[in-house]
Each structure stands twice: as structure tokens, then as C-alpha cells.
Design a protein around this ligand. Sequence first.
Ligand code: AMP
Ligand code: MG
Length: 404
Amino acid sequence: MLSVEEALKRILAAITPLESVRLPLQDAFDHILAQEIIAHDDNPPFANSAMDGFALQSQDTQHTPVRLKVIGDIAAGHVSGQTVTPGTAMRIMTGAPVPPGADAVIQIELTNPSDEWVEVLQPVLRGNNIRPAGEDIQKGQKLLSPGDLIGPWETGILATLGYDHVEVIRKPRVAILGTGDEVVEISAELQPGQIRNSNSYLLEAAVRKAGGIPTRLGIARDTVESLREKLNEAITYDLILTSGGVSVGDFDLVKDIMQEQGEMNFWRINMRPGKPVAFGHIHGVPLLGLPGNPVSSAVTFELFGRPVVRKLQGHTRLYRPQIEVIVADGVQEKAQRRHYVRAHVSLEQGRFVAHTTGKQGSNLLTSLLNANALVIVPEGGTQILPGQPARALMLDWPEVETLE
Ligand code: AMP
Ligand code: MG
């Protein structure tokens, strides 16, 4: 059986980021940039006033108070044809271009203005309250590189530079397939022996949260024909996720079809919940076969599916961070396999403390409720006593570049 780390390494080695597309800036948010961003202009494009006040010549204010003649107004968005000469000033608004001749702006609060005259109360230094052209960004400057994530702030930079379209890595389209004769649509009236297809909905939301574009393809019956038919539809996607049908039972068909129509890399990982995880390709499309048990399916998606969906998007930060926590209630259960225990971690008096979410069966969906972390119990029958430390995977912290 593979270790979690080995399995993840093998999976990610087989995944390469998708190709780039050109998107309107407003749609590029949360994508990874696939081009260099060079400034084609200065920002600000022209010298402008940082204050509402008067544009003047600083040498006129060496001896204050001094009276200057007001020869005009400049509002933001307007360019004045007038020149400020010795003994004169122009009323100017924040963001308006500094008129020729002026080398400083005094804020209105330091003057006594009237319609025709302004009394300047303090000396003003050359350049005062003037934002020079190119102060922020110079033409030709490189601001962003391929691999950078476009967040709100990068979007602001791109907008100011006039990039109305940008080249970004496209988001993966992910096919989600349920399997099992007992599994029915969630709106169906349950017949004896049936359960609702919770996995596909859970995975759909999880894929969306990871930045992918999910599509549920329904439920394959436990026959080779049904699964083949569904997977035939799935191979038009960038990634296929199945749940169920990968353990050792007679009806566990996903593995068989992977072997028939592509190749299977592995199908068992030394962990719980979720030993039976299969990875391979069919017709060149990566397929991650997750276990049927809902919690196994959820946890293995977090550990393996999420990094895959992120790598396809061009992210280099693929993994949730691990931190040391105090496990308040401990984990008494001994497991030979690595155990990922659902827990809620919060900061208590300066320490991160984990409280497990109660009974941890891989069929118990309620163990996921209120869980924001997975406490890692090492393989080999380790016990964690109440108050002892352990490592925890923080499911609601931003991703990091390395596994540890
Ligand atoms: P399997 O891996 O197919 O043997 O399924 C393991 C367990 O998960 C069984 O109890 C299934 O009924 C359950 N299961 C399988 N698929 C789903 C699903 N889509 N939604 C909820 N439970 C499922
Ligand atoms: Mg099944």
C-alpha cells in the first residue's frame, strides 16, 4: 500500500497545468496569469494635484503671508491652457493636471481664498502636493509575471494599465460520477435498500471551492456497460472524479474499466478514512476514483483531488498547511493506517487547540460538520492522549507550496 505522500507525488507527477485562454479582465479574477504584464504608459499619466487648493510658483511664497492673483480654475478631467506666472495662482482640484508654470500646490486650508485673490499663509516647497507623472508606474516596467494569481489588487493594476483582456490558465472542467445500484438521485423517493447520491453533490461543491468547473454526470449502475457509457461521456472533460466502485467487492468496476480503456497507476493508499483510492487515465484523461463512503470521499478529495484541481489551474501552492495543535480530547482509537481525524481547531489562549468532531466512522457524514481541520494520527497504531500534541491539516487556511 502506498503512503499518502507517495500517492500524492505519483498523482501530481501525471498532472500538467491546462493551456491558457484570453479572458476579459472582469472574468480573469482568481486565475493564474499566463503572460508578462508590462506597463505601456506611466501611472499617473500626467503630473496632478494631490489636494484641493491653489497651483502656484513656490518662489512666490518665500515671504508669507502673500497675496496672489487667481487667474482660473482647473477641475479633474480638464486641462487648462493658462500658464501660472509670478504673482499668480490657479484654483485646482485633486487629480486635476498641474498647469504649466506651477511647481507646487498649496492646500486650501493654508490659504484665505476669495474670488479674485488668494492669501497664502505659509511658504510652500517646490513639488509640494504634486504627484509627478510615473510616480507609481513607469512605462516599460514589468509588474506581473506568468504564475501570478489575479486577485482584486492585481485586477486594479491591470485595469489601470488598460489590460482589458489577459492571458490566463483556464479552469479545469471536472466530470463527477456516482456509482452503485443502491445510489439514487437526491429527489427520488427512497425504495428499500436505496440511498441518495450525496457524494456527487458534496464533490461538486468541493470542486467549485477548489476553483474547478464541476458537472455531475449522474449515477452509473454496477455494470460494465453502464459505467463504460458514463465514462465515455466523461472523457471530454479535463478530470474525472468517481465515487464508489473501487474497493475489493465483486461490483468494483472503476478499476477494471481503467485497465481496459487506459492505465491504472494505483488503487490503495495506507490511510483512513479512504483506503481504496484509484488513480489512472482513461483515453488520456486523468481519473481519480474516490471511495464510496461519504466521509472517505470527502477526505480523499481534500488530500488528493484538491491539489489536482489546483495544479490544473496552474497554481504552485497546492497543499493545505500543517501546524502543530493540542488535541484537547485526544484520539484513543488505534489504527494501523494513517488516520485523518476530523476536528475543529481554534486559537485558545495563544495555542491552536483541536476538538475532534466525535464519532469518526467513514460513513458518518456528521463527523464533517464544523470540521476545519484533519488531525493526523501517524500510521502504526499511535494513540493521542487528551492534551497531547499532533499535526493537523488546516482545511480553511490558504495553501502552501510544500507538503509539510
Ligand atoms: P463502494 O465503494 O461502492 O463499495 O461504496 C462504499 C459505501 O459508500 C457503500 O455503503 C455505498 O452505499 C456508499 N456510497 C457509494 N456511493 C455513494 C454515493 N454516491 N453517495 C453516498 N454514498 C455512497
Ligand atoms: Mg458501490
